[in-house]
Design a protein around this ligand. Structure first.
Ligand code: FPP
Length: 247
């Protein structure tokens, strides 16, 4: 587990050991807004802008997969006004901003149970997934109405159905079979998970996939997260010894 310490002033990253997959819990939008006496939705807008910048930075650094926690299965409990503001932002980004990434060879998809989202948002998700499916630069996976336990529950249902249909037997269920029934099928597990805003929890994010991930908890509020913060997290990751249970 990595806790933020004082980073050396001039960080030099090893370009050969950039994590293939970084996952981020983007936390602190509300506090960022509160500090500025702004409504919470202004914090989410600033958070969406930060995400746009970090996508470009990850692409430039050679990261292959970026998974971001944009809306959890628990986030529906927020006020209707805030849920609507986040959904409006998402709508805007899916319809406009994210399309700009197509020119940068960026692929986008969504993990989570999208059927609870408004139909026009679902349509925009399918459109951007289709338009970007042949891109082979950075893949951005946006977690929407996502919960790690819910993802595992849905994978178990799919496996049970295959057993019912006679296409799978109980004894042939390996870890790979489970991985392939998750929303992240074919995506390597994240080597590095970052959470901003000083909170040190996983909050139901990628529960299966983070078995061997390194964690970097940083004090920065998400809207302030920039290239320097990203490089700092990667620096700490590169200075960890990863043993995967071995010695
Ligand atoms: C956590 O901050 C953030 C969220 C629940 C929403 C994350 C959403 C974005 C960054 C915008 C994403 C937009 C697109 C277009 C994908 P918080 O509200 O829990 O902050 P707080 O803990 O300080 O209150």
């Amino acid at each position: 587990m990595l806790f933020q310490q004082k980073a050396p002033q001039n960080i030099t990253l090893d370009p050969e050991r950039i994590p293939t997959h970084i996952a981020i819990i983007m936390d602190g939008n509300g506090r960022w807004a509160k500090k500025r006496l702004l409504p919470r939705k202004a914090g989410h807008k600033a958070g969406a802008d930060a995400l746009e910048r970090i996508i470009k930075d990850c692409q430039q650094l050679g990261v292959k997969h970026l998974t971001v926690y944009a809306f959890s299965t628990e986030n529906w409990k927020r006020s209707q006004e805030e849920v609507d503001a986040i959904m409006d932002l998402l709508r805007q980004y899916l319809k406009n901003y994210f399309k700009k990434f197509l020119d940068d060879n960026i692929r986008m998809d969504v993990i989570g149970e999208i059927h609870r989202l408004d139909q026009d948002i679902q349509d925009s998700i399918r459109e951007i997934e289709e338009l970007s499916k042949t891109k082979d630069g950075l893949s951005v996976h946006i977690a929407l109405n996502y919960g790690g336990r819910d993802e595992i529950r849905r994978a178990v249902c799919k496996i049970a159905k295959e057993i019912e249909d006679g296409n799978l037997t109980a004894t042939s269920i390996t870890e790979d079979v489970i991985s392939m029934h998750l929303d992240t099928a074919n995506v390597p597990d994240p080597e590095l998970v970052i959470r901003t805003s000083g909170e040190e929890r996983i909050s139901n994010f990628l529960l299966w996939q983070i078995a061997y991930s390194e964690f970097c908890f940083m004090d920065t509020l998400w809207p302030d997260f920039d290239r320097a913060c990203l490089e700092e997290a990667i620096y700490y990751y590169q200075n960890r010894e990863r043993r995967f249970g071995g010695r």
